[in-house]
Ligand binder design. Structure first.
Ligand code: ADP
Length: 334
């Protein structure tokens, strides 16, 4: 499954890393989650123990990895990064867990995509800091218990609904990250543009924020494209025209929808006449994996009122048709 906005290359990845806030105080928005995390970390510090396991859910690019890094940084613990797809067998997880140093923070991205056998091993590890390793096969197989150093698991998922209940229940704290408000994204852009040395007037910052799909990663990425545009065109200051021109070049429309968002809306409105249509049919129509549509495209389109979910399938709203320039009396949206 591809991410909505994978950093384009190593250089971009490095920039994305450099723009990450390292403390809760620097982390923009998500007011409630920040307060809850602060309390959790403070309590652990006072009691001199590892913070409870933390589950973060929400669409890509909203700050889950960043928060995991902040948890490690603020609690002054080392951080280990892994991901569900990298854990294909219980043995992979056993090797990972047994190599942790005491108190280490273990981040597992896409934790819902871990192998089932590993999931079961993780239950015991999270609860008792212990795993059972199976040795041998068949009738002679025995399990050897192995004690682990205490650790804090930070799990991230775009789809908390896909996590089995026993796993979800073992997290002491669960937070859902919401899309950001335009004013919050403006602060992200302001902070990043200062760090990248790109001077932007407030109107230009607001324009980038407005077109960022509620997502800090996208705000940072659009800012870099605007910077490229300014460099190439030899302009010192960004004005609204430059921002608009740069973003249009990259297929970002006036409200921030990208090519895939528009392809999905277009299929829903024109081809399926507003729906309802099943997720898999919709995915085939736009040539994309159903999981990408469901975890990346749909949440934002639902949030801005362009798409709806009904028991019979996905539907487009009149607002979506209007955005595409299709009128209800053209036969779409029966
Ligand atoms: P996720 O793990 O949810 O996909 P990341 O934590 O990798 O998202 O965040 C993507 C980028 O967005 C990072 O470069 C980070 O700097 C930026 N970012 C995310 N959330 C915030 C925030 N609240 N404040 C400032 N920057 C943020």
């Amino acid at each position: 499954v591809r991410d909505a906005d994978p950093p384009e290359d190593e250089g971009e990845l490095a920039i994305e890393g450099a723009l990450r806030p390292t403390s809760l105080a620097d982390f923009v928005g998500q007011h409630k989650v920040r307060g809850q995390l602060q309390l959790l970390l403070d309590a652990a510090r006072i009691q001199q123990r590892s913070p409870d396991h933390i589950l973060l859910s929400g669409p890509p690019g909203l700050g889950k990895t960043t928060l995991a890094m902040i948890v490690a940084h603020e609690s002054e613990r080392p951080l280990r990064l892994s991901s569900g797809p990298a854990i294909q067998h219980a043995g992979d997880l056993a090797a990972l867990l047994s190599s942790l140093t005491p108190g280490e923070v273990l981040f597992i991205d896409e934790v819902h995509r871990m192998a089932r056998s590993a999931e079961e091993m993780l239950y015991l590890a999270m609860e008792d800091f212990r795993i059972d390793i199976m040795v041998g096969k068949g009738a002679g197989a025995t399990s050897i218990p192995l004690d682990l150093a205490p650790f804090t698991l930070v799990g991230a998922t775009t789809r908390s609904g896909l996590l089995p209940n026993p796993l979800r229940d073992r997290f002491g704290f669960t937070a859902h990250l919401e899309y950001y408000e335009p004013e919050e994204l403006e602060r992200v852009v302001e902070r990043s543009s200062a760090m990248l040395g790109v001077p932007l007037p407030p109107l230009a910052r607001a324009e980038i924020a407005r077109r960022s799909r509620g997502t800090p990663r996208i705000a940072n990425r659009l800012l870099r494209r605007v910077r490229d545009y300014l460099v190439v065109h030899g302009e010192l200051d960004a004005d609204l025209d430059a921002v608009g021109a740069a973003l249009t070049l990259y297929d970002v429309d006036s409200i921030g929808l990208d090519r895939l968002d528009r392809a999905v809306l277009d299929a829903l409105v024109r081809r399926f006449r507003g729906g309802p249509v099943g997720l898999s049919t919709l995915a085939v129509a736009v040539g994309e994996e159903a999981e990408t549509i469901e975890s990346v495209v749909e949440p934002y389109l639902v949030r801005i009122g362009f798409m709806g979910r009904t028991p019979r399938g996905r539907i487009a709203t009149p607002a979506a048709a209007a955005h595409l320039g299709v009128h209800a009396d053209d036969g779409a949206l029966r």
